[in-house]
Design a protein around this ligand. Structure first.
Ligand SMILES: Nc1ncnc2c1ncn2[C@@H]1O[C@H](COP(=O)(O)OP(=O)(O)OP(=O)(O)O)[C@@H](O)[C@H]1O
Ligand SMILES: [Mg+2]
Length: 290
């Protein structure tokens, strides 16, 4: 456990009054308007053979929110994100998105509904340029097929221009203009993580899911990534689900936090509420984090 998390978790001041989310949403301490429920996870249970990675967990994510999922190693956080993204289909429970129960569908179909993600282990094409990697983020949105491109060149060209423009906007936004032609394999770790964020943003998601976007980063890189996450939320209105081990980052960025431990949900509330929750404090004591 890092000194930051220890300091934060050992502060046992009584929790301040938290905004209770209503059907219409709530207003955050910093004045941002949070809307209704965007994704609702209901009684999710996920098993791998004999291992129950997620045990009957329910929580929601609201429009405009930065929602963190935290917990010790192996708690089931990435598994939960894989359920959210449609990569895993849980044995029990329902995923509701934008007011509808999600029927069985493939991850690319889920992505088309407005979800994009980054991975705990960077998943980029090392030999391809930054620009081309980011373009792959728009693949699920491309309408014209190869046949259409051959038959109706004009439409395909117009579409290509639109995609390029959007990608350039994201490149400017994340301040990676100077590396747009560089093969991703040559970049330092922190920049790779930023390119992965860019690729996810290229899909213009309603819900952006980030699995440890700051793992392995130094303090300066973490500050940059934190600022970009806040800016994405603020400027594009993107709802964000964030798995993160650095408690300082979680406390700074998130509006509400779900705490998992051994596949169970042991806490859910504002950062102040969860850091003063005894079960959460116990779960973290003596647990090593990176
Ligand atoms: N594909 C899989 N097959 C079998 N077991 C799995 C699989 N994926 C995860 N698990 C198990 O499920 C549990 C939860 O793992 P998960 O990766 O979701 O945890 P996590 O909270 O993301 O941990 P970390 O902080 O280390 O990333 C672990 O016991 C893990 O070994
Ligand atoms: Mg994980």
């Amino acid at each position: 456990m890092s000194p930051t998390s220890q300091t934060i978790l050992s502060e046992l001041a009584p929790p301040p009054a938290a905004p209770a989310p209503s059907a219409d949403g709530y207003v955050t301490a910093d004045g941002r308007k949070i809307g209704g429920v965007l994704m609702d996870l209901r009684h999710i249970t996920l098993r791998f053979g004999g291992v129950t990675a997620i045990k009957d967990i329910s929580f929601d994510i609201r429009e405009g929110e930065i929602r963190a999922i935290i917990g010790p190693n192996g708690a089931g956080k990435s598994s939960m994100m894989n359920v959210m993204s449609g990569f895993y289909v849980p044995q029990e429970g329902e995923v509701w998105f934008r007011g509808a129960k999600r029927p069985p569908m493939r991850p690319y179909q889920v992505a088309r509904q407005g979800l994009a993600r980054t991975f705990q282990n960077i998943a980029l094409f090392d030999g391809m340029s930054v620009l081309d990697n980011i373009m792959t983020g728009r693949l699920t949105m491309m309408k014209s097929s190869l046949l259409e491109q051959a038959l109706w060149w004009g439409r395909a060209e117009a579409e290509e221009t639109r995609h390029r423009e959007q990608v350039e906007k994201i490149i400017d936004f994340l301040e990676i203009q100077n590396i747009r032609k560089t093969p991703v394999g040559r970049l330092p770790y922190g920049l790779k993580k930023r390119v992965e964020l860019a690729r996810a943003l290229a899909a213009e998601p309603k819900l952006l899911m980030l699995d440890e976007p700051m793992a392995g980063m130094n303090v300066e890189e973490k500050e940059d990534m934190s600022r970009f996450i806040l800016d994405v939320n603020d400027e594009f209105g993107t709802t964000i689900a964030l798995i993160e081990h650095d408690m300082g980052v979680v406390m700074d960025l998130s509006d509400r936090v779900v705490v998992m431990d051994y596949g169970r949900k042991i806490g859910d509330g504002t950062p102040d509420e969860v850091r003063n929750n005894q079960e959460v404090i116990d779960a973290y004591l003596g647990v090593a984090h990176d």
